[in-house]
Design a protein around this ligand. Sequence first.
Ligand SMILES: [Zn+2]
Length: 100
Amino acid sequence: MPGKYYTEERECNRCGATYDAPYMIGVRQPMRSLCSDCNSDQKEERIERVLSEHPDVWYRPNSEDKEIAVYKPDGGRWYFRHDSKAVERIKQVYQEQEEG
Ligand SMILES: [Zn+2]
């Protein structure tokens, strides 16, 4: 389970801005190597990338409060308010084998 962590000032890997990086105790690499601005840019890019890699497993529902729907393997749907949650689910369900 998550241990204790601390923060230390370091430079963003992308833009060089100084930010408080979170470190797990005993781990040399920070949990985030980008400042919060670059981190959210990177998150957007990841969302775009995953959605474009899997155009056949999601669609935009005609709904005011659900932004995206993802097909369940059994034919049902998951509805999400934000793309970021949908991307997590797509990765879990459809990209499991990829990283090995
Ligand atoms: Zn940055």
